[in-house]
Ligand binder design. Structure first.
Ligand code: GLA
Length: 363
């Protein structure tokens, strides 16, 4: 049943470990957080879309058939309408209000959260059901038109790739769509198998500390890293770097050799971190976080002086491990703190939360 008015929520994510492995066919271990983007949508009675971004106090207005390319947050809104339409899931015209409590460009995946929240809201207005979140009491999918969460993740990534111009992978969209309370998600990007792994922190704390440096993936070093990985695959004759033979990868020219070494070792660290979580060994997890950071700094070259200073602040405060998260070149740093160690006062405590959903307020 098409709804007249909906409120959709999509969480941001923290990637515990497994950075720059998603578009390399590897593994990652992200979790959805409780902060996210909220989209309020009301079905319109003409063929015009009107959108308002609360934090920026900016507006956009366009016709349902308008395919003009625009910059900034507006690209996400127009891309959502276009990609849903192209997938045969055309939403009606609508009035949208975008809010929430997720800072933009801070490495907490505000882009994916925006794409996912927009699509959930628009699909509800169109009367298209989305596969329910997996919970112990999951209800069967409703009858009628319905979209699987994996398909929706792919559609959201197309918004980012085609409309925003950032060649990002599926990590953020999958984390936002499949998040589970108290769990991280072990995602295998070769098969798209998603396995929840209990993230029992007890009195330990995971925090993110903002480096203060903002990054934009479109046109930045992120796309350059993707191109380097594609080139390395070509030279090695493999479809993804995760399939590469370590000895062959070691003979690549620099810096492709370093990029490949990062990916292969990062996959191993994800597996080791999964075992550490299952064994309740958070000290080992901390060591793996710091090893991941060293690799992202020295081999993948996505750190900056501001990020290094932020990592150092966390380590000076006594973190058991710290690393840059997300695409790199700024954003947030993740730190793990043992029960008796206080994180810096300006760090934000993050906990795993549930994935994207419609909120109850659906008058
Ligand atoms: C960004 C992208 C993801 C992923 C990470 C790096 O967050 O959106 O697809 O590639 O960077 O792990």
């Amino acid at each position: 049943m098409p709804r007249e008015r909906v409120r959709a929520f999509a969480p941001g994510r923290v990637n515990l470990i497994g950075e720059h492995t998603d578009y390399n066919g590897g593994v990652a271990l992200p979790f959805a957080i409780s902060r996210g983007i909220v989209v309020d949508a009301v079905a319109g009675d003409d063929r015009r879309v009107r959108a308002h971004a609360l934090d920026l106090d900016q507006d956009d207005e366009f016709g349902l058939d308008d395919r003009a390319r625009v910059a900034d947050w507006r690209a996400f809104v127009r891309g959502a309408f276009a990609e849903l339409g192209d997938a045969g899931l055309q939403p009606p015209a609508a009035r949208l209000q975008i809010g929430g409590d997720l800072p933009r460009g801070a490495g907490l995946s505000s882009s994916a959260a925006l794409e996912v929240a927009l699509c959930l809201a628009l699909l509800a207005l169109a009367g298209v059901a989305v596969e329910p979140l997996a919970t112990p009491t999951a209800t069967p999918p409703p009858a009628g038109a319905s979209v699987a969460r994996l398909e929706l993740a792919r559609l959201c990534a197309r918004i980012e790739n085609e409309w925003v111009g950032a060649q990002t992978g599926l990590l953020d969209q999958l984390a936002s769509l499949f998040g589970q309370d108290e769990h991280a998600l072990l995602i295998d990007f070769a098969t798209f198998a998603i396995e929840p792994v209990p993230l029992r922190l007890g009195a330990w704390r995971l925090v993110v500390l903002d480096s203060g440096e903002r990054h934009v993936h479109a046109g930045g070093g992120y796309n350059e890293r993707r191109a380097e990985c594609a080139r390395a695959c070509e030279l090695l004759g493999v479809a993804t770097l995760s399939e590469a033979d370590a000895l062959a990868a070691a003979r690549l020219p620099t810096p492709l050799r370093e990029r490949a070494e990062h990916v292969l070792c990062e996959n191993e660290r994800v597996r080791a971190a999964t075992s550490a979580l299952r064994g309740g060994d958070l000290t080992a997890l901390g060591t793996l976080l710091s090893a991941s950071h060293a690799s992202l700094r020295d081999l993948y070259a996505i750190s900056t002086p501001a990020v290094e200073a932020t990592v150092q602040r966390l380590l000076d405060a006594g973190a058991a491990g710290a690393r840059i998260i997300g695409g790199g070149f700024g954003g947030c740093v993740l730190g793990l703190f043992a029960p008796d160690v206080a994180p810096p006062p300006d760090a934000l405590v993050v906990r795993p939360g549930a994935g994207a959903r419609l909120l109850e307020d659906q008058r």
